[in-house]
Design a binder for this molecule. Structure first.
Ligand SMILES: Cc1ncc(COP(=O)(O)O)c(C=O)c1O
Length: 411
């Protein structure tokens, strides 16, 4: 009894509150309040319909931030995950996992990137973190070139290469990153010629930034300068990959291997988001010219059985339902409908990674679309851009509905 009392007193004196006891203002643990939330609580979802706890249905033209690629709860995806869970959900990367090889093979063939090797991790930031680390290992250098309005994630080097000082803590500011504008080849060349650059990292279509893109000429210049000066070209396809822009990867819009000297061959391609349709999975495709060695990269969870099953299911549905072609086709249809709305100043983006630019800030419009029209859309760093990121298996009639609802709120 005495021992128990002493033990309880000890626990009381050393619990997590301990040191901050004086400033304590709450009795239960709360969530760290970093997300401004819409007052909607989804409890189920199917296709592009999300249902909340009151039974209200919403149309999802945001895809949970470009994540839902093949639709919520796609039956093939659900079955593959359930079947996998019944067999084995996880084991560490210290044993063989044939699903990883199956995934690498399928991904290489579908994307046309057979001459790359795959390293699997858990998120977009982690993918870019590993990509930047590989670039630095490979070149022995440390300065990175990124572009205005870029977003590459919130971890150490990835956030340093993200053009947003607000999310860059002093510890991240130790990284050497130079931000350049798109399409200024001269400045890029003079920066690269300084000889201390390990990587150039860019998004083919900027997601968070607001759907801006480099020109084809500029992307090809980046490729040539990187090749000539031994700099690693990192294509951040976290948001634009897996068919969202109407090609498997966004950079593939800027050069075809059919035209000699014109093709873009990034050294590293980072992937996440739509890859898992909501299952947390990311990765990098590393060109075979960059050699692996034991211990160079690593992760506990990356490439686990469930993550592989989720990604394989996504690839299978992309092929079976011809979703990349669908994304490409629907861009044209979307642009046609947008052209009928005078308040829309510009349509940006490609495939089903699209943005509508207005001459007013869209935050209030987004709120009204959710609450009055029950329609989810996305915002961007450019506050005038409404982002549209639906699952790739929507149909023309879904876009008709989207524009009907949008028109009602623009009246
Ligand atoms: C282009 C791009 N790269 C990286 C990231 C970071 O991905 P994650 O949030 O999975 O870390 C994002 C997220 O929005 C992104 O859009």
């Amino acid at each position: 009894m005495r021992i128990t009392l002493i033990a309880m007193r000890y626990i009381k004196n050393t619990n997590c509150v301990g040191r901050k006891h004086q400033t304590r203002s709450q009795d239960t643990m709360k969530l760290f309040d970093v997300y401004p939330l819409y007052d909607v609580t989804p409890v189920s979802a199917e296709g592009i319909v999300v249902t909340d706890d009151k039974g209200q249905e919403y149309l999802d033209f945001y895809g949970g931030h470009a994540v839902i690629s093949i639709g919520h709860s796609h039956p093939h995806y659900v079955k593959r995950l359930k079947d996998q869970l019944d067999k084995i959900g996880f084991y560490s990367n210290s044993v063989k996992n044939p699903l990883q090889e199956e995934l690498a093979d399928k991904l290489g063939r579908l994307s046309g990137c057979e001459d790359y090797n795959l390293f699997l991790c858990n998120s977009g930031a982690e993918a870019n973190e590993n990509a930047l680390k590989m670039a630095s290992f490979h070149t022995g250098k440390s300065r990175v070139i990124a572009f205005h309005n870029s977003f590459h994630g919130r971890t150490s080097a990835a956030v340093a290469a993200t053009d947003n000082p607000k999310i860059n803590a002093p510890i991240n500011q130790q990284q050497k990153v130079t931000f350049l504008p798109f399409n200024d080849s001269e400045t890029l060349e003079s920066e690269i010629k300084k000889g201390d650059v390990c990587a150039v990292i860019l998004e083919a279509v900027q997601g968070v930034g607001g759907l801006d893109e480099p020109s084809t000429e500029f992307y090809q210049t980046i490729e040539k300068l990187c090749s000539a000066h031994g700099v690693i070209l990192i294509a951040d396809e976290v948001q634009s990959g897996f068919g969202r822009t109407g090609k498997f990867f966004g950079f593939q819009h800027h050069g075809s291997s059919a035209e000699p000297g014109q093709s873009i061959t990034p050294d590293i391609i980072s992937i996440a988001k739509g890859m898992g349709n909501g299952f947390p999975v990311g990765g990098i495709l590393i060109h075979e010219n960059i050699k692996a060695s034991y211990g160079l990269l690593g992760t506990t969870f990356g490439g686990n059985h469930l993550a592989c099953a989720a990604t394989l299911a996504v690839l299978e549905v992309l092929v079976d339902e011809r979703l990349i072609e669908n994304a490409k086709h629907l861009e044209g249809y979307f642009r046609g409908l947008a052209a009928e709305i005078p308040q829309i100043k510009k349509v940006k983006g490609r495939g089903l990674m699209l943005g509508l630019e207005f001459d007013f800030e869209v935050a209030d419009l987004r709120k009204r679309l959710i609450h009055n029209q029950h329609l989810f859309t996305g915002g961007a760093k450019d506050k005038h851009v409404l982002r549209v990121l639906p699952a790739l298996n929507i149909a023309e009639r879904d876009l008709d509905t989207f524009f009907e609802k949008l028109k009602k709120e623009l009246r």
